[in-house]
Structures are given as C-alpha cells and as structure tokens.
Design a protein around this ligand. Structure first.
Ligand code: GAR
Length: 204
C-alpha cells in the first residue's frame, strides 16, 4: 500500500526531525515516508539533517514573501504540489492561521514540550516552556503531540508522556530530558499512528 507522504516544518536545530529520520530508518515509521522539509529559517541546522538524509527541502520566509498570508499561501502551494498527506510541526516557530489549518484539517500534528494544557498557547515555545514549568514549581512535566487547529496548542491530543523534574534542573537540562525521554519517542509514534490512519481512510 502507498505510504502517506509526510512534510516536516522546522525552524531550528531539528532534533525532532532527526528522531523522525531515525524512526523511519528503524521501521517505527512504516506507514509514512518523509518527503519534504520546509524551514522558515535559512540558517536552521535542521536543513543539514534533511540534506544528510536525502530529503528534499525548501526555505520559505515571511520576510521574503512580504506577509504571513503570502508565506502561508506559498507553503500551501508547495505542500499541495508535492502531494503531502501529513504535516509534522517539529520545532516550527510560527503560529499558523485558520486558513492554513483548515486547508489541512486533521492532517497537521505538532510536538509541544509540556503536558498540555499546562504551559502552552501563545508565547510558550522552546526554553520558555521549561522556564515557566520550573518557575511554577511543578514536579512533573513532559511532552504532548496534538492535532493543529486555529487555537495555538488547542487541537485534539494524540499522545503525551510525563517526565519528572529533578533537583537542580535548569531550563536547559529539563529541555534536554524532555526531548530525550518524551518528544523523540512520542513524535515518531504519533506520526506513524496518523499515517496509518490516513492510509486506512484512503483505502476505504
Ligand atoms: C522542541 O522542544 C519542540 O518541542 C519545541 O521546540 C523545540 C525544537 O527543537 N516546540 C515548541 O515549543 C512549539 N511550541 P528541535 O528543533 O531540536 O526539534
């Protein structure tokens, strides 16, 4: 059966993209194939990871395209042209409009570095999430993979994994543990689950 074509949207280091590449190699992702990487940051190291894995990539920036709408329209055109079935946001630091999320309804997933509904929504991204968790004093945090709709971090939850805070944790040490123990595991698992579902729906 034809695998679901996956596009990964990135902005930075791309360790979650790497986890997806590794999961495809090891067979954890078998219902989908990584077909395209789009970065909104020309300097993102994630682009090197895509190149090393032989995955086609493109850079699209709001600055060059003139507006958020033009940027999203260019992404929609490219994703449609490449026949993408599933979009994975892996450290993609741009909030997508309702027009974009509706166009790909139930076909966009995102990884967020906390247990939603804690420490999520507008302004909570990257290290800021872990700073907020430590400041609040929670003892357990984690990561969430969810569908993306027009509400930032507000779509249906697909998978979550808890991670314990340790004494002496800094935002950086916590970010690293949440990535290793949660994000890099549940993102590939969710990508496989949703890809398998897309194939199943196609077949019926
Ligand atoms: C990851 O921790 C991801 O969960 C987070 O940014 C980091 C990107 O790292 N995403 C968000 O905060 C989105 N709200 P990566 O580029 O190494 O995958």
């Amino acid at each position: 059966m034809l695998r679901a074509r996956i596009a990964v949207l990135v902005s930075g280091g791309g360790t979650n993209l790497q986890a997806l590449i590794d999961a495809q190699k090891s067979g954890i992702i078998k219902s989908g194939e990584l077909s395209l990487v789009i970065s909104n940051n020309p300097k993102a190291f994630a682009l090197e990871r895509a190149k090393a894995a032989g995955i086609e990539s493109a850079v699209l920036t709001r600055k060059e395209l003139g507006s958020q709408e033009a940027f999203e329209d260019a992404m929609i055109a490219l994703l449609d042209e490449k026949g993408i079935d599933l979009i994975v946001l892996a450290g993609f630091m741009s909030i997508l409009s309702e027009k974009f999320t509706r166009h790909f309804e139930n076909r966009i997933i995102n990884v967020h570095p906390s247990l939603i509904p804690s420490f999520c929504g507008k302004g909570f991204y990257g290290l800021k999430v872990h700073e907020a968790a430590l400041e609040y004093g929670v003892l357990v945090t984690g990561a969430t993979v969810h569908f993306v709709n027009e509400i930032p971090d507000g779509g249906k939850i697909i998978l979550q994994k808890a991670v314990y805070i340790q004494e002496g944790d800094t935002p950086e040490s916590l970010q690293k543990r949440v990535m290793e123990q949660a994000e890099w595991q549940i993102l590939p698992q969710a990508a496989e689950l949703v890809s398998a579902n897309i194939i199943k729906m196609r077949g019926s």
